[in-house]
Design a protein around this ligand. Structure first.
Ligand code: CA
Ligand code: CA
Length: 83
């Protein structure tokens, strides 16, 4: 596990601790929202890079349809949840 990835996980944990958790809210949703800084429901490479560093290879791997933005589902793929 590299340092950037560890930092991203810590950022997610801090977000989880800082936010009240609703009944239908999961950690994954919160982590995705933490990445999606402009709250448009998609994570761009710029938003991704703020947490994961400018790791274009990782971003492209996660971006299944190659449109340059990560949906929540694509982000799940990045985390390795396997749907
Ligand atoms: Ca966004
Ligand atoms: Ca995409």
């Amino acid at each position: 596990m590299n340092k950037i990835f560890t930092t991203a996980i810590l950022a997610c944990l801090l977000t989880v601790l800082a936010m009240p958790i609703g009944a239908d809210e999961t950690k994954d949703h919160i982590c995705f929202r933490a990445l999606d800084t402009d709250k448009d429901g998609l994570v761009t490479f710029e938003e991704f890079a703020q947490h994961y560093g400018a790791d274009e290879a990782r971003f492209k791997t996660a971006d299944a349809d190659q449109d340059g933005r990560l949906t929540h589902e694509e982000y799940h793929g990045l985390l390795g949840h396997g749907g």
